[in-house]
Design a binder for this molecule. Structure first.
Ligand SMILES: Cc1cc2nc3c(=O)[nH]c(=O)nc-3n(C[C@H](O)[C@H](O)[C@H](O)COP(=O)(O)OP(=O)(O)OC[C@H]3O[C@@H](n4cnc5c(N)ncnc54)[C@H](O)[C@@H]3O)c2cc1C
Length: 318
């Protein structure tokens, strides 16, 4: 039953079905790399599968080639050693196995105490049900400009530990995103874990997401701010700011950060930083929002997030 047309062709209502595929559960990281090399692009890694399976289903729709994927082989890496572990320590910070589900991570005592910004970003993703499957690792490896955990990872200066032909290599999160759907992960590599350094002492963070509804929608704009006391800073504080959904990839905004570092914090200085963030953003028009609205919201949400962080820092110091 034709339901609509696309480029002049009738097509059928997408059915909630998946194409057939082989499922492989390798025993070691080396085997994963061997399989990836052998597959020549026909294999796909998966953890929670909340992106992978949706995109495989979309392979049956006219979106095929845009969003849809049709891998012959799915490689399950969740069970490999360390993949579902969370480690913490005052020196090592937070080490998150690539396949740790979002609910477990958000509820971890160390995350709630030392990385509340990360917990806030995790809670912004879809719904509780989805987060029982979805992982932070998958959220970052998907390479979506709208990934909710990406701005938090950027301001917390996470490192991505990959396994490939030559063993492990570390990619700082600032070098991880290359464009829409593209990351620094090479065809023979996969993510083992995310290493987040200890948060600066006294740090306060905030993630504000604007979506079309409260749950279950990707961000129109996402803004993460981390502020902390720093004796070496000219006026005693530093701020890190990152944005989602307003550029081909999640970005830090050093221009705005520099404005906040160069003067005592006042409403005018916050406004100047928010305007700089807006000017750095290069959003597009899409089904969720116009580019113009996104830009305006970057300024508003950056202003709000920095103000809230600054007020909380002030309360902490009194
Ligand atoms: C209804 C719905 C609502 C959603 N809402 C949001 C939202 O509000 N915010 C948001 O940010 N996202 C949202 N998403 C997207 C999705 O849930 C997240 O991106 C999720 O975190 C992906 O994690 P996963 O473990 O399911 O990844 P998977 O689907 O398993 O994998 C994601 C990508 O990473 C690759 N990959 C998997 N494992 C590895 C590995 N170890 N190394 C390298 N690459 C790997 C896969 O091949 C794939 O390209 C939503 C999705 C759905 C279906």
């Amino acid at each position: 039953m034709p339901a609509a047309t696309h480029a002049g062709q009738a097509f059928h209502t997408p059915m909630p079905v998946l194409p057939s595929f082989d499922y492989i559960r390798p025993a070691t990281p080396q085997e994963v790399t061997r399989l990836l090399l052998k597959s020549d692009g026909d294999a796909r890694l998966f953890m929670g599968g909340t992106d992978v399976f949706v995109r495989m289903r979309d392979g049956f729709t006219p979106l095929k080639g845009v969003l849809g994927i049709a891998p012959q082989v799915l490689i399950d890496v969740k069970h490999l050693s360390g993949m579902t572990q969370i480690e913490t320590g005052s020196r090592k910070g937070l080490i998150v196995g690539a396949a740790v589900d979002m609910n477990s991570l958000a509820a971890h005592p160390a995350v709630m105490e030392h990385y509340p910004l990360l917990a806030e970003a995790l809670h912004a993703v879809a719904s509780y049900q989805l987060r029982t499957r979805a992982t932070m690792g998958g959220n970052l490896c998907n390479g979506s400009p709208a990934a909710d955990t990406a701005p938090a990872a950027l301001v917390l200066e996470a490192n991505m530990v990959l396994h490939g032909r030559r063993g492990e290599r570390v990619v700082p999160i600032t070098e991880f995103f290359l464009g829409p759907g593209r990351t620094a992960v090479k065809p023979s590599e996969f993510l083992l874990r995310i290493e987040i350094p200890p948060a600066p002492k006294g740090a306060v963070g905030r993630y504000i997401k604007l979506g079309r509804n409260a749950i279950g929608d990707l961000a129109i704009v996402g803004v993460a701010v981390l502020g902390y006391p720093d004796k070496k800073a000219k006026f005693g504080y530093r701020f890190r700011i990152a944005l989602a959904s307003v550029a081909p990839m999640p970005i830090r905004v050093p221009e705005a950060e520099a404005i906040l570092a160069a003067s005592p914090i006042t409403p005018d200085v916050i406004e100047a930083a928010a305007t700089a963030a807006m000017e750095t953003a290069k959003p597009i028009d899409d089904v969720r929002s116009s580019a113009a609205y996104r830009k305006a919201m970057v300024r508003n949400l950056t202003r709000r997030a920095v103000t809230e962080v600054w007020e909380k820092l002030g309360r902490q110091s009194t």
